[in-house]
Write a protein that binds this ligand. Structure first.
Ligand code: PXL
Length: 276
């Protein structure tokens, strides 16, 4: 597909280079039409700022969905990220069902945790509801921490292939067809992504840059969706997204003061070139 219509559901962090403020420009750069359903509006993201505002948009979702249905709108893909409440996850599942059609691609980034911990504000109830949304995904894009919460597994900083394979088998038992597991590092100095499709594993290993940046999970998932909708395979899309995130981190590290997000904008051209 050369020009897809993608609905993405995630928050607006007004400042912070994450969620919709990265998904929109990245999907546009990939050449797709992007429709948005903001899950919440925050003054900043919750990772390192204090005193941020939070406007939950859960109650707006059903009417927005109903209006689109009355206008007979359809989407080629629905891609979800950071969601604003446990109840909202139910509405997102309704949206998956309401817009389902032959060929619809559903991508779930269960953006809720990293480095062994849930993000501020999330709890076990949210995780349990997120498991049910993950079950509906054609492509699930978790990191290792999220995978542990989703499968009630012990989080480990160091692990082997057996641990990762066990996580993937438990994740696929939730119901998702394909899994793109990010941040999989077996050897110091390297990291990578495991693509699990139809019971087959493939691993794309690349350099690990110390001190990654906030928001790279959102950049990764957005670039993955953008490439997938261009007709790339899941493995090609996973690789293109990984290379792009590495470029973003390299760019950001030139500015030691830029602590709250990744400078993804100056290297968007690299992503566009990778899609040619
Ligand atoms: O990048 C994930 C993310 C998205 N949105 C908000 C967040 C975070 C991570 O902390 O706080 C509001």
């Amino acid at each position: 597909m050369s020009y897809g219509r993608i609905l993405t559901i995630q928050d607006i962090s007004c400042l912070g280079q994450c969620s919709l403020t990265v998904a929109l420009p990245i999907l546009s750069a990939c050449g797709h039409e992007t429709c948005v359903l903001p899950s919440a509006v925050l003054s900043t993201h919750t990772g390192g700022f204090s005193g941020f505002t939070f406007r939950d948009l859960t109650d707006d979702m059903p009417a927005i969905k109903d209006h689109w249905l009355s206008e007979k709108i359809s989407f080629d893909a629905i891609y979800t990220g950071y969601l604003g409440s446990t109840r909202q996850i139910g509405y997102v599942k309704d949206i998956f069902d309401a817009f389902d059609k032959e060929g619809l691609i559903k991508v779930v980034d269960p953006a809720m945790a990293d480095n062994g911990k849930l993000y501020y504000g999330f709890d076990g109830e949210f995780v349990n509801e997120m498991k049910t949304l993950c079950g509906k995904a054609d492509y699930l894009v978790p990191n290792i921490t999220e995978s542990c919460f989703l499968t009630d597994s012990e989080f480990k900083e160091e692990y082997d292939e057996e641990y990762v394979k066990a996580l993937l088998i438990k994740l696929s038992a939730l119901g998702s067809k394909n899994i793109i597991l990010t941040g999989v590092s077996y050897i110091p100095g390297t990291t990578g992504v495991v693509v699990y499709e139809n019971g087959e594993y493939s691993y794309y290993k690349h350099e690990k840059i110390a001190n990654g940046c906030h928001g790279t999970g959102d950049i990764y998932a957005s670039a993955f969706v953008g490439a997938l909708l261009k007709g790339k395979t899941a493995f090609e899309s996973a690789k293109i997204a990984a290379d792009y995130v590495l470029d973003c981190i390299t760019e950001t590290q030139k500015d030691k003061d830029h602590w709250y997000g990744a400078k993804f904008e100056p290297v968007l051209g690299n992503l566009i070139n990778a899609l040619k």
